[in-house]
Write a protein that binds this ligand. Structure first.
Ligand code: ADP
Ligand code: MG
Length: 704
C-alpha cells in the first residue's frame, strides 16, 4: 500500500512513498513511526533556487543554480577516492563540477543530458580562469512542460539528516508527501479558533513548510514565521496551554482540607514577627497568598522575585497564617545547607513566638531524629524545615496546612500532586529567587498562579561588578583591606560541590582562610563551611553579623539567607565554575546597605567561551530577569533547570527560545477557550487533546 491521494497521517511511515520497510525500521529508532512524525521533521532552513543564473554571470563565492548541457564527463578512480567530473555548458559559457566518491553518477550525469546544478561557485584549483562547483546539488532539467524540479528551480527546504535519510532523499520524500496532502485533512483547531488566531489550515501549513508557496517570503521561512510555521507552532503551543488551563480549572473545583481564616489575632501574630515594614510588593503578594489560603480550593502559587526582594519573609508570614489556624507548615529548601540557613533565620525571627521550629536534614540522626519526627507527627512541632525529602520520605504531619518550596528550579518537580499522593491536602507555595524567563514560567509552571515581588527593600545600593584574572589578586586584597579599615566587611566564596561538601573541599577552604588571614594582617578572618556543626555556624554568623569578623571565607553556604548590610565586597574565587543563577545569588549578598559595593569575579586559568559569556553578563547587568534570559540562551531550556529536564514539555515544532511571541498568543487563546467553554471545548479539540493523552504527548507523563 503506497499512500496515494488520501493520506491518513497516522499511517505507518513505511507506506509513505520512498520509505519502505527497511528505512521505516531505521526511522523508528529515531522516533519516527507515522507519516505525521515524518511531516513534523521540519526543514532547518530554506534556500532560494528559483533563479537560474547564466554561467557567464557567476562569480566565486556565489551560491547559484545553473542549467545547461553536459558536454564532457569523466570518472577517475584513485586508491582512496573516486572523482567524477563533468563540464556543463550553457549559451554563455562553461563550468566544471566535481563529485567525490559517487561513481554511480557516471550513469546519471551522462554526456548530452540537460541538468540543473546548484552550489557554491569557486575558482577551479587547477585553472584559475575556470569556475567550478564541488559536490553541487544536481537534478535532471525539467522539460518545458513539466513542473519545476524538486531540488532546484524553487525555494527549497534544507533538512537535517533524519535516521537513515540524508537531506536529498528526505526532500524528495517529503515534497511528494506534502504535495499529496488532501486539503480536507482533519484539523484539530475549530474554525473559530483558526480565524481568531489568523492561521491557515493544517494541510496547507504542512504543505507550505515543506514546499513553500510562490509568495512565501524567504526571510520569513528562515525565521520560522512563514504562515505554515506560525500555524504549526501555534497549534502545538495551544494544545499544550489548553491542557494547563484545564488543570487549573480542575483545581478550582477541588476542595482542600481546611480553608484558613484571617482574624485580628492572625494579624497581630504577623505584626509581632515583622522586623520592618513590608514593601508594597511584599504586601501585595502576601495579600494574594492570603486570598488563596482563605479560598476553599487549594493554593498552587509561584512567587517570583529577584534576590533580596524579601520572599523568605513573605513565606514565613504565610506559614504563620497556617499556624494560627492550627495547621502545620513545611519549608523545603533545595539543599541541606540552605535548609540550615533558613532554620536559623526562622528561629531568630520567631523567637518571641510560641511556635516550635524543627530542622530535619540528614545531619539530624538517631534518637534526635526520632524525637523530631514524633513531634511533627503529633503536631507539637509547627514548622518543619528541610529539603524536599521532607515530603518524600517517611515524615508524617498531623495537620499539614501549607508547604513552601523554596528555589523550585533547583530540584526536581515537586508539586501539589506529589503532596496529594502522600495524602496531604495542603496549600502549596513555590518560590524562586532566580527569576524564570517568562517563556519557561508559562510552560514549566504554566498551571500555577504567579505573584511577583518586583521591588527591593529600601536602602539598597547598586553593585559594581568586575572580572579579574586570579593573578591580579593583589589589587583585590587591597580593596578588601581598605574596606575593612573603614569598618566594612567582605565575603570570599569558594566553589564546592553542593550538598556533598567533601573533606578536601573543606581543607581547601580552610587553607584559603589561612592565606587571606596572612595577606591581611590585623584583620579578623573567619571561616564557614557546610561540614561545621550548627552551633559553630551560628557562632560564626553571629560574629560576622556583629562585625567581630571582617572577612568571611565561605563555601556557597552563604548563597542564600545571609544578610549583613555592612558587607560591601563579594569576592568569588573560581567564578568560572559557577552558573549565572548562583553568581547572581552570591552578588545579592552585598549591596544591602548604603555604602557602595563591589563584586569581584576571579577567574582561574583560561576561560572557555561559554564561561566568558556568562561572566560578561554578570559584569554588564544587575537585572535578574535579564540575567535569567541570557542564562536561558546560553544553556538552552533543558539545562536551565539543571540536567534533569523535569517539568519541561518536549515540543516537536515549537521552540521556547524562538517562539515567545507565539507562546503568549497561544496562552491567551487557550485560557480564553477554557474560560468560555469550560471542559466542553468545541470539536474536534477534545478528541485531539485526549488522543494518546495530553501528558504523554508532551513528554510529561511521569513514571511511578
Ligand atoms: P529573597 O529570599 O527574596 O532573596 P530574603 O527574603 O532573603 O530575600 O530577603 C532579603 C533580605 O532583606 C533579608 O535579610 C530580609 O531580612 C530583608 N528584608 C526583607 N523584607 C524587607 C523589608 N520590607 N524591609 C527591609 N528589609 C527587608
Ligand atoms: Mg530566599
Amino acid at each position: 500500500m503506497i499512500i496515494a491521494s488520501v493520506v491518513d497521517l497516522s499511517a505507518p511511515v513505511q507506506y509513505v512513498k520512498g520509505v519502505g520497510p527497511q528505512r521505516a525500521e531505521a526511522l523508528a529508532k529515531v522516533g519516527v513511526r507515522t507519516a505525521e512524525d515524518l511531516l513534523l521533521h521540519l526543514p532547518m532552513r530554506y534556500e532560494d533556487r528559483r533563479l537560474l543564473a547564466r554561467i557567464a554571470d557567476l562569480r566565486p563565492g556565489m551560491r547559484a543554480a545553473v542549467q545547461g548541457e553536459i558536454v564532457a564527463a569523466g570518472l577517475r578512480r584513485g586508491r582512496r577516492m573516486t572523482l567524477f567530473e563533468i563540464r556543463l555548458q550553457d549559451a554563455s559559457g562553461h563550468l566544471k563540477a566535481l563529485f567525490f566518491n559517487q561513481p554511480y553518477l557516471a550513469d546519471v550525469l551522462v554526456r548530452g543530458r540537460r541538468v540543473v546544478l546548484y552550489g557554491l561557485v569557486e575558482r577551479d584549483a587547477l585553472r584559475s580562469r575556470l569556475l567550478a562547483m564541488r559536490s553541487p546539488q544536481h537534478e535532471i532539467a525539467p522539460g518545458a512542460a513539466e513542473e519545476p524540479g524538486v531540488h532546484t528551480g524553487r525555494v527549497v527546504a534544507v533538512y537535517e539528516k533524519l535516521g537513515p535519510l540524508t537531506a536529498k532523499p528526505l526532500r524528495r520524500i517529503l515534497t511528494g508527501l506534502a504535495k499529496r496532502l488532501p486539503p480536507q485533512l482533519e484539523d484539530p483547531l475549530p474554525p473559530e479558533v483558526r480565524s481568531r488566531l489568523g492561521v491557515v489550515g493544517r494541510a496547507e501549513a504542512l504543505r507550505r513548510v515543506h514546499v513553500p508557496a510562490e509568495d512565501d517570503d524567504l526571510d520569513a521561512l528562515n525565521r520560522f514565521r512563514a504562515p505554515g510555521h506560525v500555524r504549526l507552532i501555534l497549534e502545538e503551543l495551544l494544545l499544550f496551554q489548553i491542557g494547563l488551563a484545564r488543570r487549573r480549572l480542575g483545581r478550582r473545583e477541588e476542595r482542600k482540607g481546611m480553608a484558613f481564616e484571617i482574624t485580628d489575632r492572625t494579624r497581630e501574630a504577623v505584626k509581632r514577627i515583622l522586623p520592618f515594614p513590608l514593601t508594597s510588593a511584599q504586601k501585595r503578594v502576601l495579600r494574594e497568598i492570603a486570598d488563596d489560603m482563605r479560598a476553599p480550593h487549594p493554593m498552587n502559587r509561584l512567587v517570583q522575585g529577584d534576590v533580596g526582594s524579601g520572599k523568605t519573609l513573605v513565606a514565613l508570614l504565610s506559614m504563620v497564617v497556617a499556624l494560627e489556624n492550627g495547621g502545620q507548615a513545611a519549608f523545603m529548601a533545595p539543599t541541606e545547607i540552605l535548609a540550615d540557613q533558613h532554620f536559623l533565620t526562622f528561629r531568630r525571627l520567631l523567637r518571641r513566638c510560641p511556635y516550635r521550629v524543627e530542622l530535619l536534614t540528614s545531619a539530624v540522626r538517631g534518637g534526635e531524629r526520632e524525637d523530631v519526627l514524633a513531634r511533627i507527627r503529633s503536631g507539637e512541632a509547627q514548622i518543619a524545615v528541610g529539603t524536599h525529602a521532607l515530603i518524600q520520605e517517611g515524615v508524617r504531619f498531623r495537620h499539614l496546612g501549607l508547604a513552601v518550596i523554596d528555589e523550585q528550579h533547583r530540584f526536581g518537580v515537586l508539586q501539589r500532586e506529589d503532596l496529594r499522593r502522600k495524602g496531604y491536602d495542603a496549600d502549596v507555595l513555590v518560590m524562586t529567587a532566580t527569576p524564570i524567563p517568562r517563556t519557561l514560567a508559562l510552560t514549566a509552571y504554566g498551571e500555577l498562579d504567579v505573584s511577583l515581588v518586583d521591588e527591593k527593600p529600601p536602602g539598597r545600593s547598586s553593585v559594581r561588578t568586575v572580572l579579574r584574572p586570579a593573578s591580579e589578586r593583589r589589587e583585590v586584597v587591597e580593596l578588601v583591606r581598605r574596606e575593612a579599615a573603614a569598618g566594612r566587611q567582605a565575603f570570599v566564596v569558594y566553589p564546592l560541590v553542593e550538598e556533598t561538601e567533601k573533606l578536601e573541599d573543606v581543607r581547601a577552604a580552610t587553607e584559603a582562610a589561612e592565606e587571606w588571614a596572612s595577606l591581611l594582617p590585623g584583620v579578623r578572618v573567619g571561616l564557614l563551611h557546610g561540614r561545621m556543626r550548627t552551633t559553630e555556624k551560628e557562632q560564626v554568623m553571629a560574629d560576622f553579623s556583629a562585625n567581630a569578623i571582617s572577612v568571611l571565607v565561605a563555601t556557597t553556604v552563604i548563597e542564600v539567607g545571609v544578610d549583613v548590610p555592612n558587607a560591601t565586597v563579594m569576592v568569588v574565587e573560581h567564578a568560572e565554575r559557577f552558573g549565572l543563577a548562583q553568581l547572581h545569588q552570591l552578588r545579592g549578598r552585598v549591596g544591602r546597605g548604603q555604602a557602595p559595593s563591589t563584586c569581584v569575579l576571579l577567574a582561574h586559568g583560561r576561560l572557555s567561551e561559554e564561561a566568558r559569556a556568562r561572566l560578561d553578563v554578570m559584569v554588564r547587568t544587575e537585572d535578574g530577569f535579564a540575567i535569567a534570559e541570557r542564562d536561558l540562551e546560553i544553556r538552552g531550556p533543558g539545562d536551565f533547570f539543571g540536567t534533569r529536564q523535569w517539568g519541561l514539555p518536549s515540543f516537536r515544532v515549537a521552540n521556547l527560545l524562538r517562539d515567545r511571541d507565539l507562546l503568549e498568543k497561544a496562552r491567551a487563546e487557550a485560557f480564553h477557550l477554557v474560560a468560555e467553554h469550560g471542559s466542553a471545548l468545541p470539536p474536534p479539540l477534545p478528541e485531539f487533546l485526549d488522543k494518546g493523552g495530553w501528558e504523554r504527548r508532551f513528554g510529561l507523563a511521569r513514571v511511578g
